[in-house]
Design a protein. Structure first.
Length: 350
C-alpha cells in the first residue's frame, strides 16, 4: 500500500512503522534505464525526503528539503525523464499538495492548490496530465482518482477531471497508474480499514482489504482485476503494457505473505515472484512485528528488471532488483533505517 498519513509522529521510529502500511504511485515509461528516485527517512528533521541514485545504486543524492516535521514522499518520473512529480506536506497548512521539480531537484514548484489531500501523482504517457488521488477537502464525497493538467498550475478542483467515485462503505481509491498507451488507469481500492488514516487526518491506514482495479481515463469500463482476499496493492505497468506487477499483503495481516507478483492486464496469469515468510506477531503498535516481506514494485524502463522494497527482519529496508520471472534478486541500494517507494526513470544524467 503506498498511501501515507501525513500526521507528524512523535519519533522517527514510529513514523517508519506507520509508513510501512502506507504507500506512492510509480509509473515506468519505455526508454533507456536511467536514474531511480526513492523516499528515505531523515532523522535530523523527523521527516522523509526524496533522493535519487544512478541505475547501479551509486551517487545517492538528496533532492528535497521539506523542513522540520515535514515530508516529501511519492515520486513519478516524466516520460522524457526530465521532471519529477511528487507530493509534499511542506506548506505547513495541514494539507498535501502535488509539486514538480527538474530531475536534479531544481525549480521545485507547487502544482495543486487548495485545502485537502492531493497525492500519489502519476504522469500520462504524453506528459500532458497527471493522475492523482484527491479528496478536494470533501471526504468521502469527492475522494477518488482524478486527472489534472501537468503544466498549468496552480490547479484546483475546477481544473480536474474525475475518474473514479468512491462507493458507499469503502475507504479510498489510491495508487493510480496510466497504461503505456494512455487509455486506462490501474489503481487500488481499499475497504474495511481498521484505521482509515484518511489523507492528512489522524492515524494511518492499516488492516484494510484491497483489490486492483482498472478503468478508462474517462471513468468508464471499471473492472476488478484481483479478488479482495488477495489484498493486492501498488500496481505498476510494464513498459510494453503486457504485464502488471503488484504486491500482496501489504497490510500487516498475521499469516499473510508479503510478496511481489505479476499478472496479465486482464487479471489472468497471476504469478508470485518472491517468497518471504508470513507476517507474525503483529500488534496495533507494531511491537514485535516481523518485518520480512517485499512491497512497492516498479519496472525498469527497459522492462528487464523489477525494483522493489525488502523489509529486513527486525532491521531497516533495502531496495532490490530482480528479473521479471523473480530470478537474480540483487541488492541495488543497501539497508538503511528506512527507505521505500522507488520509481525508475529514463534520465541517464550522471
Amino acid at each position: 500500500m503506498r498511501r501515507f498519513s501525513r500526521v507528524l509522529l512523535s519519533a522517527l521510529s514510529a513514523l517508519c512503522a506507520a509508513a510501512l502500511l502506507a504507500s506512492p504511485a510509480t509509473a515506468t515509461f519505455s526508454g533507456p534505464t536511467g536514474r531511480i528516485s526513492f523516499a528515505r527517512a531523515v532523522p535530523a528533521t523527523n521527516g522523509i525526503e526524496i533522493f535519487t541514485a544512478k541505475p547501479d545504486g551509486s551517487a545517492i543524492t538528496q533532492l528535497t528539503v521539506s523542513g522540520q516535521d515535514h515530508s516529501s514522499i511519492f515520486t513519478d518520473w516524466s516520460p522524457n525523464g526530465q521532471r519529477i512529480a511528487f507530493d509534499s506536506d511542506r506548506t505547513g497548512t495541514n494539507e498535501v499538495q502535488i509539486w514538480l521539480m527538474d530531475w536534479n531537484g531544481a525549480n521545485q514548484t507547487q502544482l495543486t492548490t487548495g485545502p485537502g489531500f492531493h497525492g500519489d501523482p502519476a504522469w500520462s504517457p504524453d506528459g500532458k496530465r497527471l493522475a492523482l488521488e484527491s479528496d478536494w477537502n470533501d471526504y468521502p464525497a469527492l475522494q477518488g482518482i482524478w486527472t489534472i493538467p501537468a503544466d498549468a498550475g496552480p490547479v484546483g478542483q475546477a481544473d480536474a477531471t474525475r475518474v473514479t467515485t468512491l462507493p458507499a462503505g469503502f475507504d479510498f481509491d489510491s495508487e493510480p497508474q496510466y497504461s503505456p498507451d494512455g487509455s486506462q488507469i490501474v489503481f487500488t481500492r481499499f475497504r474495511r480499514c481498521k484505521v482509515r488514516g484518511h489523507g492528512h487526518l489522524a492515524g494511518f491506514p492499516h488492516g484494510c482489504l484491497s483489490a486492483t482495479f482498472v478503468v478508462r481515463t474517462d471513468g468508464t469500463g471499471l473492472r476488478q482485476l484481483t479478488p479482495w482476499g488477495l489484498n493486492t496493492s501498488a500496481p505498476d505497468w510494464a513498459p510494453d503494457g503486457r504485464k502488471i506487477t503488484f504486491d500482496r499483503c501489504d497490510s500487516a495481516k498475521v499469516g499473510c505473505k508479503g510478496d511481489i507478483w505479476t499478472m496479465n492486464p486482464d487479471g489472468s496469469g497471476r504469478r508470485r515472484l518472491t517468497n518471504f515468510p508470513p507476517a507474525t506477531n503483529v500488534s496495533h503498535n507494531f511491537d514485535n512485528f516481523r518485518f520480512d516481506f517485499a512491497n512497492n514494485p516498479v519496472f525498469a524502463p527497459s522492462g528487464a528488471k523489477i525494483l522493489f522494497t525488502h523489509w529486513v527482519p527486525f532491521g531497516g529496508t533495502e531496495l532490490l532488483t530482480m528479473a521479471p520471472d523473480g530470478t537474480g534478486q540483487t541488492a541495488l541500494i543497501g539497508e538503511s533505517e528506512f527507505q521505500n517507494w522507488a520509481d525508475w526513470g529514463t534520465n541517464t544524467n550522471p
